[in-house]
Design a protein around this ligand. Structure first.
Ligand code: MN
Length: 183
């Protein structure tokens, strides 16, 4: 009996601490320019790949990362410009992408995670043009995804039961109701 309990405990602990491997698989070929229309495709690897003979320089080009994003369109006073496989089709299978984040004064990029990537800050600069600050970050995925914590917790659809959030965050239920109404 003791042995069974020990095994069950070990199994539960192993499940609870499974390793997070947050990155794309290693690149399988030099280039695999993604195309949305698979009729002329030659390889399949996540996204369909363009015929390598039809690849052009524009497949590896993005214009506009030097331009500030519009920081007034959301309540957190920042703007994220993504440069991933949707913007640069040539990033397909290369396991990398980047973002530009513009901040108004006191603006923030709220706490978040990227389910398919780790992220590293490449550059941060204050007093850039009209916005207060700009950050450039690199991510270890062609399509990192994003889960913003506050939105996921208080803005989920269907909502998480307010009683659960009240206890989990040790808040007054009115505060939870208010937070949920903000999303
Ligand atoms: Mn991020």
């Amino acid at each position: 009996m003791k042995g069974v309990c020990f095994l069950v405990t070990v199994a539960l602990m192993a499940l609870a601490s499974s390793l997070a491997s947050a990155s794309d698989p290693s690149p399988l070929q030099d280039t695999c320019v993604a195309i949305d229309e698979p009729k002329d495709a030659v390889f399949v690897n996540g996204k369909f790949c363009k015929d390598p003979n039809l690849t052009v320089a524009e497949d590896f080009f993005f214009s506009g990362l030097d331009k500030p994003g519009n920081t007034s369109i959301n309540p957190v006073a920042s703007n994220v410009t993504t440069v991933n496989v949707e913007q640069i089709k040539g990033l397909n299978t290369l396991g990398i992408s980047m973002v530009r984040i513009d901040y108004e004064p006191y603006g923030q990029n709220p706490p978040h995670t990227h389910p398919r990537a780790t992220e590293g800050l490449i550059h941060f600069q204050f007093n850039v043009g009209k916005t207060n600050a700009v950050a450039i970050a690199g991510l270890s995925s062609q399509n990192p995804g994003v889960i913003t914590i506050a939105n996921a917790v208080f803005g989920s659809d269907p909502p998480i039961n307010a009683d659960v959030l009240t206890r989990a965050f040790q808040l007054d239920k009115n505060v939870v109701n208010y937070l949920q109404s903000r999303f």
